[in-house]
Design a protein around this ligand. Structure first.
Ligand SMILES: [Zn+2]
Length: 372
């Protein structure tokens, strides 16, 4: 089988050097950190569901080097005292110094400070794994450094995957400029510009119409309708399209209003995830010729979390493949690395849509007409 994985972060392979996703208890995880000498440590993949409890900075303060442990959903992380000294931030809803928790932009700032500078080997490892899983193309979220690494791999003849580069908004001009130097070809193409509109269900930061079931909060909106409108217009002015990370139902409302007010001219702007999308919203998506990048594997991976965070009723309406397919919304499927294996989502989607259609949405079938 040949897949297009339309939502990846192959850079996460650099955070898998310490495979904390394999830890089954907190003790396991701490032993892993103890066993390595390299510092600082940025590792990704722990979850309360796997190790049975949460991790706080008190567990990792004893280590004399900076540590950042990113949770599986990548919207929350825990840092130790040493890492906190580098952060120099005041407490906020995105930084809880007591537990050492960092969320969203504060988390990403921490990642960029502590992450390894050289990731060629990690990308090669990721590529090998992708190919072994039948993936022939990824739409990969990149900053300048990662984008440049892809071009160098191509130059050396080591790039075997087709890569659509999805730059983060903060860095997109630098990434796009790389195409002037290195050129676009069949292996590397420019893609959609990524903007975070809200957080995630696991971190209770996805922006909801009604509060979470287990927290007095509706989550966090990271960009207002006005801000989004002006970003969309700015990018359209350059012939570029957006990929808006949008999960909660209220965040989807904000995004759809922003698209409407921006008077978009280009077809095929993307909404990433749109996990809580309802029928009315899906109709607006179709009217505005937007593409939904959906992760069918999320219902497999996160259903327990959904039920805990949202209650049964909202949980069972998450990632409504059937409804979206019936409406005829443009969909493209991607794993978001949870896990990095399209077969998990394919199996789930096949039960709902039938195998042929499920595979169709994993085929990047819109690639030619949709690429900006
Ligand atoms: Zn993602």
């Amino acid at each position: 089988m040949r897949f297009v994985d339309a939502h990846t972060h192959l850079e996460f392979f650099a955070f898998k050097r310490l495979p904390i996703e394999m830890a089954r208890t907190k003790r396991d995880l701490l032993d892993m950190i103890e066993s390595i000498e390299g510092n600082p440590v940025v590792a990704w993949g722990w979850s309360e569901d796997t190790i049975g409890e949460s991790i706080t900075r008190q567990d990792i303060d004893k280590f004399p080097f900076p540590i950042l442990l990113i949770r599986i959903d990548a919207h929350m992380g825990v840092i130790n005292k040493k890492a906190m000294e580098e952060l120099k931030k005041t407490p906020s809803e995105k930084f809880d110094p007591k537990r050492g928790y960092v969320y969203e932009e504060v988390l990403w700032k921490m990642v960029s400070v502590l992450k390894p500078k050289e990731i060629t080997g990690d990308l090669l490892k990721a590529q090998e794994e992708a190919i072994s899983k039948g993936i022939i193309e990824v739409h990969d979220f990149v900053d300048f450094k990662i984008a440049e690494t892809y071009f160098k791999l191509r130059e050396d003849g080591n790039l075997k995957l087709r890569v659509v580069l999805m730059p983060y908004y903060r860095d997109y001009e630098n990434v796009i400029r790389l195409f002037d130097n290195y050129g676009e070809d069949d292996l590397i193409k420019p893609g959609w510009v990524k903007i975070f509109v809200d957080g995630s269900i696991s971190a209770r930061t996805a922006y909801l119409r009604e509060p979470y079931k287990d927290k007095h909060s509706r989550g966090i909106l990271l960009k207002t309708e006005e801000e989004l409108k002006s970003i969309i217009q700015e990018l359209e002015g350059k012939g570029l399209k957006v990929a808006l990370h949008t999960i909660g139902d209220a965040a989807i409302d904000v995004v759809l209003n922003a698209f409407e007010k921006a008077n978009i001219r280009l077809k095929g702007h993307r909404i990433e995830h749109s996990e809580m999308i309802d029928h009315k919203q899906a109709k607006r998506v179709k009217e505005m010729n937007l593409i939904l990048c959906i992760q069918p594997n999320f219902n497999v991976t996160f259903m327990e979390t959904y039920i805990k965070a949202l209650g049964e009723n909202r949980a069972k309406r998450m990632n409504p493949l059937k409804m979206l397919d019936e409406i005829g919304a443009d969909m493209i499927f991607g794993s978001d690395m949870m896990p990095f294996d399209p077969k998990i989502g394919l199996e789930y989607a096949s039960q709902i849509l039938g195998g042929e259609k499920a595979l169709h949405y994993y085929g990047g079938w819109k690639r030619k007409v949709s690429l900006p």
